[in-house]
Ligand binder design. Structure first.
Ligand code: DC
Length: 231
């Protein structure tokens, strides 16, 4: 199958918008591969922290990104064969990930790695720039939104469920700061692709969001079959 004909669904959105949950469920339902691109930025951040790379050392950070020795197995993420699934979810790792994601050299270093996830029978990719930069010709592009309060509430529940401590006030502050950084950076800022479907999920269950994405995907595949285009 030529690489460019392998179907891709991109699901972008701000932090804690539910894109990870929705993208993962859509991938399972359709039997497609799943790329959590945010995990790559988090892995780079964790790797940099462990190597004591200064957060302002762009060259060192890009080297850490290019040299990432990572793999995914189901919902588990490994860095040099160590299961770091929980470690990369820590707020300090997320904050550093958001900061280093503003660096063009880091984004460039992770570009080819992300393209490599596109393999048969297809891919569901979630992140910030999946539809705008990494897979601009995706079969279906979705952009999830939710109010900052709804997203902070979700993140709070996730952290508590994992036995980690959390504070709504701090979470909301972090989330607003991260949103501003992700949306205002000059390179690959968080924004919907022009041809993305917008889905506001503040008052929607993950299941309802998945149903909507599957319906959009079925329609997109039908359109492609009737008007095959070189992708
Ligand atoms: O989705 P997440 O919270 O795990 O992502 C962590 C950080 O990585 C996020 O603040 C911004 C960055 N990121 C990015 O810049 N581009 C992506 N495609 C995915 C994540």
């Amino acid at each position: 199958m030529p690489l460019t004909t392998i179907p891709v669904i991109t699901i972008d959105g701000p932090t804690a918008s539910g894109k990870g949950t929705v993208a993962h469920l859509v991938a399972v339902r359709l039997g497609l591969h799943y790329l959590d691109s945010g995990a790559l930025y988090r892995l780079t951040a964790l790797s940099a922290m462990r190597k004591h790379i200064d957060p302002t050392d762009e060259h060192g950070l890009a080297k850490a990104a290019a040299g990432l020795n990572c793999h995914f197995n189901g919902e588990h993420v490994f860095l040099s064969n160590e299961d770091v699934s929980a470690a990369i979810r820590a707020e300090e790792v997320g904050n550093l990930a958001s900061r280093i994601a503003t660096l063009p050299t880091v984004r460039q270093a992770l570009y080819a790695l992300q393209l490599g996830f596109r393999s048969p029978p297809g891919l569901v990719a979630d992140g910030r720039d999946m539809g705008t930069v990494i897979f601009p010709r995706a079969t279906l592009k979705v952009f999830l939104t939710a109010s900052a309060e709804a997203r902070a509430g979700r993140r709070f529940k996730q952290l508590i469920a994992k036995g980690m401590s959390a504070n709504m006030h701090d979470l909301l502050k972090d989330l607003n700061e991260r949103d501003a950084r992700d949306a205002n950076r000059t390179i690959a800022p968080l924004r919907p692709a022009e041809d993305a479907y917008l889905l506001e999920t503040s008052n929607m269950t993950a299941e309802a969001a998945v149903t909507q994405v599957l319906a959009w995907y079925a329609a997109a595949r039908k359109r492609e079959e009737s008007h095959p285009a070189v992708k």
